[in-house]
Design a protein around this ligand. Structure first.
Ligand SMILES: *Cc1c(COP(=O)(O)O)cnc(C)c1O
Length: 390
């Protein structure tokens, strides 16, 4: 069977699996060994070398999902991000970073890069000139994340890859929010795809892991850096992640369907000021979303009208749980102003479009009618309380 011809669910279920030659079991055997016989080969097997049987096998699945030559698994999304960036940057280099990126990546760049003498600039926005205007003679890497968190703003993948090629930069994307089911940036010319596998790849809120997909040439550079930084993943967790990824296609499509339904329902609600979801026709980047995404993810955010207390609304939810993390089969909600962006002043938050009434919803795979019923009863409860308080 040719890889390009098989469907994504077949790929999730089968690519990279290890044949159980000994007992002919149905699934990949788990090899927990941290010590392998010395053989006359260049590369010895060792967990921190990212080359145990299970690590290598899962790397193949990740590569196939992102339409790349090589895939590698890491101990966390941040291990993947830090290893990828440090592999291609050295003292005196400069990197152009998209305006809004994951908080941990932002902290890594702003806190660690000065120690290494690596220079960086964040863009002022998401447009071509926002990126072009930050490029310097020593720029080596362009780093993006689309859709962004929590406002679901999009960056044009083709545009970024054109800029990168013109200036001979390495382009990197944090593709966590989309997952390889909804977006394959490599098809648009992006060089390196990075994932927090803690999110849609794991999908059950029980695994912390990361992943990278790229060419063999770039992966070799990342691997050299990775063995020095030591951010590998335990084989047991690799094996669990393989199991999770077998259902990733099914899960992500269920997340997509539910989120679209919930987004469409929220738009019509009188207590909602705005809904941010790239699958809505009213989203400013809807045309771009259609061009570069296959599905619009389970992630959305919405703003309550100012008279509704976001905290009270979250507390009134029964099924949808408050949680910092995302992309599990269960629906979760978070207030960015109270959590991820709490350390910023209100003005700084507003500059980034984070209103106090903004809530980010990670739509799970529950029955959509139950999710909508939960939101509905929470709206009713907070609007009733408000009337009583008047
Ligand atoms: C969670 C997350 C990360 C970090 O991943 P960890 O597995 O927690 O290290 C990076 N990027 C995005 C978009 C994330 O949501």
């Amino acid at each position: 069977m040719q890889l390009k011809k098989i469907g994504v669910n077949t790929l999730c279920a089968h690519v990279g699996e290890i044949k159980d030659e000994q007992f002919h079991g149905a699934i990949s055997p788990l090899y927990m060994s941290s010590s392998y016989a010395y053989e006359d080969v260049d590369v010895k097997r060792y967990p921190r070398y990212y080359n145990t049987p299970n690590q290598e096998a899962l790397g193949k699945k990740i590569a196939a999902l992102e339409h790349c030559e090589a895939g590698m698994v890491f101990g966390s999304g941040m291990a993947a991000i830090s290893t990828a960036l440090l592999a291609f940057l050295k003292q005196g280099d400069h990197v152009v970073v998209q305006k809004t990126i994951y908080g941990g990546a932002y902290n890594f760049i702003t806190k660690e890069f000065p120690k290494y003498g690596i220079d960086f600039d964040f863009t002022d926005g998401f447009n071509e000139n926002d990126f072009r205007s930050k490029i310097k003679s020593n720029t080596k890497v362009i780093y993006i994340e689309t859709p962004s968190n929590p406002l679901m703003e999009l960056t044009d993948l083709e545009m970024i890859s054109e800029i990168a090629k013109e200036h001979q930069l390495i382009s990197m994307i944090d593709n966590t929010f989309a997952s390889p089911i909804n977006q394959n940036p490599g098809d648009f010319g992006i060089d390196i795809m990075i994932h927090s596998a803690t999110k849609y790849m794991g999908g059950h809120s029980d695994i912390c892991a990361g992943a990278i997909a790229t060419s063999k040439e770039y992966m070799n550079i990342i691997w050299q850096e990775g063995i020095n930084l030591g951010g590998s993943l335990s084989d047991y967790t690799v094996w669990l992640l393989e199991r999770s990824m077998k259902t990733m296609g099914l899960r992500v499509k269920a997340h997509n369907r539910n989120a679209k339904k919930v987004a469409k329902w929220l738009v019509t609600h009188p207590l909602i000021k705005k809904v941010h979801y790239p699958g809505l026709r009213t989203h400013p980047d809807y045309a771009l979303a259609k061009k570069q995404m296959k599905g619009y993810t389970g992630m959305l955010s919405f703003e309550l009208i100012p008279t509704i207390d976001a905290d009270a609304f979250v507390k009134a939810l029964i099924l949808i749980k408050p949680s910092m993390s995302l992309a599990g089969v269960e629906s979760t909600i978070v207030s960015p102003a109270k959590t991820s962006h709490a350390l910023l002043s209100k003005e700084e938050r507003l500059q980034r479009g984070i209103e106090d009434g903004l809530l980010r919803l990670s739509v799970g795979i529950e029955d959509k009618k139950d999710l909508i019923a939960d939101l509905e009863q929470a709206f009713e409860s907070v609007s009733k309380k408000q009337l009583q308080n008047k």
